[in-house]
Ligand binder design. Structure first.
Ligand SMILES: [Zn+2]
Length: 409
């Protein structure tokens, strides 16, 4: 099934490259009364989406509407359309003001009230709202596809390997989905990505993931730093997808420090500046209490950076003290919807405020360089182990093992 979905996705991607999408050459029948022909969508990313079709009916149409929404949205937009004598309808949606997330699926259908005063509905049609401003190339392994437009084949292959290595490391800590597709889009610079996110109504945070859609957006320039950037950003963003897939809607109940801490701890290339940021904040007594990092991260860049550094160190401290099962108990406790303070008590027997104090004592009270190196070493060790085996071979083995494990004995 997933292969078929990927094929459809690829076909849609190719179709989108020519901007206009001949969605269905065959007739789309409604419940009796209406037939929708030549349904078409022309996407100009971030600007407009033009829907056109011909609505045919045996008796005259009194009124017709176009209905559409993002597949994950609850609210449906309804637009009245004028029907020409030959049944033609056309509606242009302003996608610069009314935003859809980039690379999300949009579903639409038509409704018409005829002179018999009955309202008829056509079958829904789905299309991908792709960022068609760039000549995307793609490369896939298992359930992961990377898309990029700057850089050579090696660029794509390196990105794919960073994703694979990330998944193998992650697999030790959180459940990793090896079947549902993940799409990773690599923009070559921050401006391109930032524009995309503005089009998509999201804030720029340095990389962006829509965990529900399984879509990861990052900015990585081709060049000598590409591997390091890929090994940092891709596993981080992938962790958001995998956490969402394992927690479902409970993902939103997790404290920001826990989600971001786990994601940051999966970065394969440790950020050398985090230890520095922690050191400075610790000395100047400007550390943020974890209680303040439950709902969200600070908006200003400086404090947000510190929040990431703290969360990574805190999650690593929890893992070193309570083990991986401690982290799992934490996500389970917060899934019950308890307060930030209580979740830690329920999972680890220690309230969050006390855990915060212990972390400051035991991690920040010591020589920081030594602590940082020690905190990160398990990940580095794992990464080295992982790199010794062919990444995608190992993932195939994992998938096979799971398939066998899930077979009834
Ligand atoms: Zn993150």
């Amino acid at each position: 099934m997933s292969n078929r979905r990927r094929l459809v996705l690829r076909i849609v991607t190719i179709l989108l490259m020519v901007v206009s999408i001949p969605l269905n050459t065959q007739q789309v029948h409604g419940q009796e009364g209406i037939v929708v022909e030549d349904a078409n969508v022309a996407v100009s990313f971030g600007q407009s989406i033009t829907f056109s079709a011909k609505i045919k009916s045996s008796i005259p149409i009194k009124q017709a509407s176009l209905l559409f929404r993002g597949v994950n949205e609850d609210v449906t937009r309804v637009e009245t359309v004028q029907v020409a004598e030959d049944g033609s309808v056309s509606f242009t949606y302003d996608a610069s003001l009314n935003l859809f997330p980039p690379f999300s699926w949009i579903v639409f259908w038509y409704q018409a009230t005829l002179t018999d005063d009955q309202t008829y509905t056509s079958a829904p049609i789905t299309f991908l709202y792709n960022d068609d401003r760039f000549p995307w190339r793609e490369m896939s392994q298992a359930n992961v596809t990377v898309h990029w437009y700057a850089g050579d084949d090696t660029f794509g292959a390196t990105a794919l390997n960073a994703a694979g290595t990330g998944m193998l490391v992650m697999n030790e800590f959180i459940p990793v989905s090896l079947s549902d597709p993940v799409e990773i889009y690599i923009y070559s610079n921050v401006t391109d990505l930032k524009n995309t996110l503005q089009f998509g109504g999201e804030d720029w945070t340095g990389g962006h993931t829509n965990p529900k859609l399984g879509v990861v957006l990052v900015a990585i320039a081709p060049g000598e730093n590409q591997s390091i950037e890929m090994e940092t950003k891709i596993p981080h963003e992938l962790t958001h997808v995998m956490l969402y897939r394992s927690l479902g809607e409970k993902y939103t109940l997790q404290p920001a420090w826990l989600i971001e801490g786990i994601a940051s701890a999966m970065e394969l290339y440790p950020n050398p500046d985090y230890a520095n940021a922690l050191d400075i904040a610790s000395r100047s007594d400007s550390l943020i209490s974890f209680d303040e990092l439950c709902a969200s991260f600070p908006a200003d860049a400086g404090n947000a950076y510190l929040a990431y550094a703290q969360s990574q160190s805190f999650v690593t401290y929890i893992r070193n003290t309570y083990g991986i099962s401690g982290l799992t108990r934490l996500t389970e406790a917060y899934s019950d919807g308890v307060t930030c303070e209580l979740g830690a008590t329920n999972a680890l027997g220690t309230p969050l405020s006390q855990l915060d104090a212990r972390w400051r004592e035991s991690v920040l009270g010591q020589n920081l360089t030594g602590v940082a190196a020690r905190n990160l070493s398990p990940f580095i060790l794992l990464m080295i182990l992982v790199l010794l085996v062919p990444i995608w071979g190992a993932i195939d083995l994992l998938r096979l093992r799971r398939k066998r494990g899930s077979q009834p004995s």
